[in-house]
Design a protein around this ligand. Structure first.
Ligand SMILES: C[S@@+](CC[C@H](N)C(=O)[O-])C[C@H]1O[C@@H](n2cnc3c(N)ncnc32)[C@H](O)[C@@H]1O
Length: 289
């Protein structure tokens, strides 16, 4: 299997030479989201500066003309909505990538992972009690300036990478809104982190990379990007800072080369304790939103 996972921070991707990656697909941590990463960052500024350092590394390792896709959404904490999407666009432009597409990943209508905010208006059906339930995330697509070297793709590889028009039409991949069912909280890997669906990764990998090319996920989580990339005949490298995800990654990516760097940390147990502490507080009256 052609997969390498480096346990360490993707602020430093020294293992990857300049211009060696053909596609980046990732979902960064959702700032200090109460049910995923409570208290992980000491401030929003610290969070943005991490994203900027990772973005600079992404811009360095990506080949000219190639795409970097970020799956993300604004995060609401304590009543404040943090504009993560707008800030990522600005940061990636600052590090030299060009903003190219915004695809909405629409989840099923019944999906509400955290709270049914719209209930406020049902309880008080009057103006100023409107709080919509959030059912989407965004896939931000950036390109590194320069020309994609079409002529370097061997004809046989090009044919093997042909996008199946049947799936393209049937799944409405051609729209800027993709309706894809999210990974349910009851599903196996979602107990570790906010996992994105394999269907989403499959569309991105098929649409933005050729067989045998190298896909990078700098925030690998449980490894969805590499699972899909290797199934589709691509090579994959992932960075994950949390050593406590090693067991899940080893199970999802048997045979992957695992490298442990000195800057890897142990995060999950602490995050889970914090989530449970906050839930206990919520059930005694405080709000988590
Ligand atoms: C939203 S999750 C990614 C989930 C992934 N797409 C999946 O399907 O499992 C973000 C991940 O980034 C990791 N992370 C946070 N800071 C990091 C850093 N500096 N370097 C590498 N990984 C980091 C977190 O531990 C978390 O697993």
């Amino acid at each position: 299997m052609n997969v390498r996972v480096i346990f360490g921070s993707s602020e430093d991707m020294r293992e990857l030479p300049d211009k060696s990656v053909h596609l980046v697909l990732t979902s960064p941590p959702y700032f200090n989201a109460p049910f995923d990463f409570p208290g992980l960052f000491s401030s929003y500024e610290e969070y943005l500066s991490l994203l900027k350092r990772v973005g600079s590394e992404v811009a360095r390792v990506l080949r000219p003309g190639r795409a970097a896709c970020f799956v993300t959404q604004d995060v609401r904490i304590g009543g404040r909505l943090y504009p993560i999407v707008a800030d990522i666009i600005k940061l990636m432009e600052d590090v030299g990538l060009r903003y190219q597409e915004r695809i909405i990943w629409k989840k099923p209508d019944g999906y509400v992972r955290i709270s049914r905010r719209s209930g406020a208006l049902v309880r008080r059906p009057y103006p100023m009690y409107f709080y919509p339930d959030n059912v989407y995330e965004e896939i931000l697509v950036f390109r590194k300036p320069g020309r994609f070297e079409r002529s370097k793709v061997p004809p046989e590889v090009r044919e093997r990478s042909r996008v199946e028009l049947e799936a393209f039409q049937r799944g409405k991949w051609y729209l800027s809104v993709w309706e894809i069912t999210n990974v349910l909280p009851s599903e196996r890997w979602s107990k570790y982190t906010a996992v994105f669906p394999e269907e989403l990764a499959e569309r991105v990998v098929r649409l933005y990379s050729y067989a045998e090319e190298l896909v990078l996920d700098p925030f690998l989580g449980t490894g969805t990007t590499c699972v899909v990339a290797s199934r589709l005949g691509r090579k994959c490298v992932g960075y994950e800072v949390d050593l406590e995800l090693m067991e899940a990654i080893r199970e999802r990516l048997p045979g992957a080369e695992l490298i442990e760097r000195g800057d890897a940390r142990r995060l999950r147990s602490k995050l889970r304790e914090e989530i449970e502490r906050r839930l206990r507080r919520t059930s005694s009256g405080a709000s988590l939103s």
